[in-house]
Write a protein that binds this ligand. Sequence first.
Ligand SMILES: [Zn+2]
Length: 252
Amino acid sequence: MNKPVAKLEPESEVSLDPLAKLRDPFPPNQVSKLPKETKAQKEEREKDRSKGINCNICGGWHHKNTIHLDYVGHAALTDRLLDVDPLWSWEPVAFRDGLPAFDQTGGLWIKLTVCGVTRLGYGHAAGKPNMDPGAREKEVIGDALRNAAMRFGAALDLWHKGDLHAHEEEPTPSLEERAVAHLKACAIDRATFKDGWEKNKAGWEAALDRAAYARVVAEMKRLAATLPAEPEPPKEEPAADDFGLADDEIPF
Ligand SMILES: [Zn+2]
């Protein structure tokens, strides 16, 4: 006997769009950190090892001011694809001699099929010295899958932050960094240095917090010690009231 029409309801809530699950944000434990060192930072670090750090965010060695981008790795993405459609698959767009056809720059176009929907993706990876054989190709495939999955909305929140282009801009230097840079620029001779310090120190002291100002003062003293002595410094006996020098007085 047929059910009354009013009872014709789905047994359970079924999403009309199973692909919507691909767009769910990834939990923090599945988001990895990729250091994006600028060219200038790389050069500075190579000249001066003290500018590098063993990073406790990504575990790598890079310039101390390097920013990190959030990204979803191959394993986390595969996990998500399997959750959405255990039968998901990918294939290269083209084959050459029976193998996936990597293009002239080593990149690869792929077709990613999830829930019967196929979208294109492109992957690329730079070769690195001492890479294991095949490691670059595997990285290209992972990159292509991430790229194609983005067409389904996977990890889109990470992409549209604008972070991906952040490495093209130099970070704005802080006042402390600008103060130190100014002092370094003035460290030509004692007169220029003294002038550069005297004109700015009140402003820096007012604008910087105590710790930052203390670091600027320390840098000033370090730089002052590197300056050659004047040929005939007119040494005068310090007046009695000069003995209580403030700690931020120039030490010459
Ligand atoms: Zn790092």
